[in-house]
Design a protein around this ligand. Structure first.
Ligand SMILES: [Zn+2]
Length: 319
């Protein structure tokens, strides 16, 4: 079981009190997170067409850090001539880069203009990051980048001057063109590429998603407490005769308590004590909560009443 950003947002939205003005914001965030994942999958599927008789290595979702600076690279292609960063952006509509101002915006099918962070700037940052990271790790390679728009309904109306940019449909041709245009220098051997791949893989730092209320500075009172009943959509489940049963509709659930504990971690923090979980679950019995917290996705520090429970790091990923 792994909590992804989309899972965590789903849990937060499900617990958000009705008519809360922040609901729409979280729904937009969820939409973006899911679109991002779909875009990355599209990029990976397209990449199978990158067939080359020359050696190369491809790494997906590479998370690295320089000091406190974390970076996630969607695709990292290591070729004999250079490393090429593939950045996927799943944004639909008419897409415009204003090179005079550095702004990026899209116009949707209703003609509404939305200014967004310029993804070409992000690729530039990632190139700068990787050059430094390579230097520190004794990887001697040029670094280049390609920005790939993965939405099915996207039209590139203008392009950035700084970064090569294409739709995913054209990605493979752009990649070969990029590689061809790099001046020929010493070519790296298959063994060197494999060695560099191992160096990178040995230093991956999983990107940990912050709990939703922390990430977006949301008031804890915006969220419902109690244990959720899937059947009647209320928060009235309690422990009756060793079972989770809804006081509203009578439905019995095998894992309602466990799910509510995961909700707590997703919303508020990756560490909690028995009392905090009791309050959140609206359960008075500390022994029931203790049993609930003694599961393999949770680790325990300290003893007896001072115990702190944490969700295992590996259970929380950025996507
Ligand atoms: Zn119910």
């Amino acid at each position: 079981m792994t909590l992804t950003k989309a899972d965590m947002l789903n849990r937060a939205i499900n617990r958000m009190k009705e008519n809360s003005p922040d609901r729409e914001f979280l729904e937009r965030e969820l939409f973006k997170a899911e679109a991002g994942i779909r875009g990355e999958k599209r990029l990976q599927r397209k990449f199978v067409e990158f067939y080359s008789s020359e050696p190369f290595e491809i790494l997906w979702n590479t998370s690295l850090t320089l000091g406190n600076w974390p970076v996630q690279i969607d695709g990292l292609l290591l070729t004999q001539k250079a490393a090429i960063i593939l950045e996927s952006k799943n944004i639909s509509g008419e897409l415009h880069f204003e090179n005079s101002t550095g702004e990026f915006y899209r116009r949707d099918s209703n003609g509404i203009k939305t200014v967004m962070d310029n993804p070409a700037v992000q690729v530039e940052k990632h190139i700068r990051f990787l050059k430094t990271w390579f230097e520190e790790n004794k990887i001697r390679m040029r670094v280049d980048g390609l920005l790939v728009f993965t939405a099915l309904q996207a039209e590139l109306c203008s392009l950035p001057h700084t970064i090569r940019t294409c739709r995913h449909h054209h990605m493979i041709e752009f990649l070969f063109k990029t590689i061809n245009e790099i001046p020929t220098g010493p070519q790296l051997s298959k063994q060197t590429l494999q060695k560099y791949r191992k160096t990178i893989e040995s230093q991956l730092t999983p990107f940990i998603q912050k709990p939703i209320s922390v990430q977006y500075s949301l008031d804890p009172n915006l969220f419902e407490v109690g244990i959720y009943c899937e059947a009647c959509k209320t928060f009235n489940v309690s422990r009756l005769q060793r079972r989770w049963q809804c006081a509203t509709c009578g439905q019995i659930s095998a894992n309602a308590g466990e799910e509510a504990v995961k909700d707590y971690f997703a919303l508020f923090g990756f560490q909690a004590n028995n009392e905090e979980i009791r309050k959140f679950l609206k359960i008075n019995n500390r022994h029931i909560v203790k049993r609930l917290l003694s599961q393999n996705f949770i680790s325990k520090d300290g003893s007896r009443r001072h115990s702190k429970y944490s969700l295992n790091d590996a259970e929380i990923l950025s996507e």
